[in-house]
Structures are given as C-alpha cells and as structure tokens.
Design a protein around this ligand. Structure first.
Ligand SMILES: [Zn+2]
Length: 272
C-alpha cells in the first residue's frame, strides 16, 4: 500500500551552530517515505553529520534530494559534508549566491515532484536574492528559510537584501493556505496567518521608528540604530544597521528621505 509521508513525520535536525545571529542554530528538515528530502544543510559543523545519519536511518530511507533555501553560509555550509555522506543525493537551489556549480537550478514557481511529495518552490527575495520558500500543499506546510523565523525577525542585509522585495514576498505568502511554518531558525510556527501579518506590521513599525528617529534629530544610521534598537544586544547592531539602511533606501525611493554624502559621511534628512 502506498502511503504518502505527512508533515507529522518531518524531522528537525539542528545545525549545531548556535549563535547571536542563528539562535539555537540552523534548522534542517528531513522527511519523506523512502527517498528522503533534506531542506538546508546547516553551517558545516562536524557534530551535525552523525545527527543527520541517525535521522536518515531512523526514517529507514535514503537521502536523495537536498533543497537549499538560499546561499547563506549557515544554510549551505554543510553541503559538501552531506554530499560526501550521500553522494547520490541531488542538491538543488535557485540560481544566484552560493555554490551554484554544486547544485541543479530550481525555477521560480517550479513544482518539485519527489517520491510522492509535491513541493512548490516560491521565489521570495528580500533577505537574499536567491531565497526560496518551499510550500507543501498537501500538508499546508511552508518551509520558510530565513524569510520568516520562529523567534525574532529576519535581517534585511545590505548585500542581497531589499525591503521592498521582502514585503512583496511576505504578501505573496498570504495567498497560500498555510497551517504550519517550518522556519530556518527557531521553533515551528503554528499560526502562520498571524505570524505573516505580525511580520508585515513589524516592518511598518520599524519604518515609523526610522522616521521618528530622523524627526528627533538622528542623522546617521548608527544614531538611528542606537535609538531604535536600544533593547537589542549590541552585538546585533551591525546587522540592524543593514536593515535600517534598507528602510532608508525604500524611503529614499518614495522621496520621503534624502541621503547626503559629505566628508566621507553618509547622513539622512526628512523631506517635506
Ligand atoms: Zn540567511
């Protein structure tokens, strides 16, 4: 009798790379019936390898497909080691950042059919240009990579990040029927519509805070971050600066803010 694997059988294998930026570490997800699928590979920490081996043998399958959410090191760093353990597994990602040569391309919107499972690749740039979420319609599950996290909010990096793309990606997800989100970091999300709305509202709040900071006299990104992210550990401020930079790019595009370059210093002021 053919039995289709279900989301309840999704195993989380933690990347063993905890940190300020990664939380408890990168989540990698293993599922399937016989020919197993792995989403993301962690950062390449050796302690991850035996955990993956154990999870694969517990499912009594063999790993045959590796899908990568995006090319950041904490998601693809483990790929060489995983490929050494499972040389027959095919690795795939959206073209762009990372070790593209080691992977077969995934097209935006592609339906990936694999051993009774259908996953839709949804191109969701904003955190990274090559970012994909994988939607499993049969289970109403979404593997969200770094677009949506189980804890805290995503970084919009200066390189490869775009706040406008990020918001568009979140809004695109709203049209899907999602019951559970498996994020790239942090715990599983059981109330996806509320989380997606919260994420969109969070960005609007940050935008208001950037405007308020400018209004209060902050001129540089560092001054704005010190004000807006006062409750966030200082070690994360460099990342917050990148996110604020992206907010300012959006506001500049909307002609609400002007950027001024003077004496090697970048300052900003409100327009109107
Ligand atoms: Zn990332």
């Amino acid at each position: 009798m053919f039995r289709s694997p279900s989301a309840s059988q999704v195993r989380i294998v933690l990347g063993q790379n905890p940190g300020l930026q990664t939380g408890p570490g990168t989540n990698t997800y293993l599922f399937g019936w016989d020919r197993l699928v792995l989403i993301d590979t962690g950062a390449g920490v050796p302690a991850y390898d035996p955990l993956l081996l154990g999870a694969v043998s517990a499912l009594k399958g063999r790993l045959s497909l590796i899908l990568l959410s995006h090319g950041h090191e904490d998601h693809i760093g483990g790929l060489p080691a995983v490929k050494r353990m499972y040389p027959d597994a095919v690795a795939r990602k959206f073209p762009g950042e990372g070790p593209v040569s080691a992977t077969a391309p995934i097209a935006a919107g592609e339906l990936i059919q694999h051993d009774g499972i259908t996953l839709q690749a949804i191109h969701t740039p904003g955190h990274a240009t090559d970012h994909l979420c994988f939607y499993w319609p049969e289970e109403r599950a979404l593997f969200s990579g770094d677009l949506i996290l189980g804890e805290g909010t995503a970084v919009i990096p200066r390189v490869g990040g775009s706040l406008m793309d990020y918001l568009a990606s979140l809004k695109r997800l709203r049209s899907l029927d999602i019951r559970r989100i498996y994020p790239g970091h942090g715990p599983v999300i059981e109330d996806p519509p509320a989380k997606i709305t919260e994420y969109i509202e969070h960005r609007h709040m940050r935008e208001r805070q950037v405007l308020d900071a400018l209004h209060a006299g902050a001129r540089t990104i560092r001054e704005m971050v010190a004000r807006i992210y006062a409750d966030v550990p200082r070690g994360l401020h460099p990342l917050a600066e990148e996110t604020v930079w992206n907010h300012l790019v959006k506001l500049e595009g909307e002609r609400r803010v002007r950027r001024i370059q003077e004496a090697g210093r970048e300052t900003y002021e409100l327009l109107s």
